[in-house]
Design a binder for this molecule. Sequence first.
Ligand code: S3P
Length: 170
Amino acid sequence: MKAIYLIGFMGTGKTTISHALGSRLNMPVTDCDEAIVQYAGKTIPRIFEEEGEQGFRDMEQQTLRQLHAENHVIATGGGVVLREENRAHMKKNGIIIWLEASTEEILKRLDSDKTRPLLAGGDMAERIQTLFDARKELYEGTSHMRVDTTGKTTDEIVHEIMLHLDEYDV
Ligand code: S3P
């Protein structure tokens, strides 16, 4: 089986869904952000602080390339689609599922979050909207399948993914 990559904006449930989908499909689960933290030996906010966003993106690209893809469910960070190399790597190695959620829902989920440097400071709703607008086409153009998670339970989302997964040669 190929890899199943979960992409999408921060707060759309990629990590939660990756675990539920992995259990359902009996596939091991890997979280790209967790692998970066392990590799770097420091938290994501600390990486951004010390090495800037570009430093983080370099680590992200390298980590994604090194992760064991075959037969794995892989949760990615929201900005993984920004680099063409990452998009090409995921397309080559698996099925890509885009998890979406409304700005209101993302805001609700990330309201008191302190772990996402790109949302820190200023008006969070505005930041979410600006970043999402800049990335929407990339999520759309990279993914094979799009699932709106707004107002849905984990079980409902996994069920929806399972229904569509049959259409792909995984
Ligand atoms: C980022 C999303 C984060 C993490 C980093 C950058 C982004 O992952 O990779 O803070 O650029 O959208 P999540 O999508 O899991 O929050």
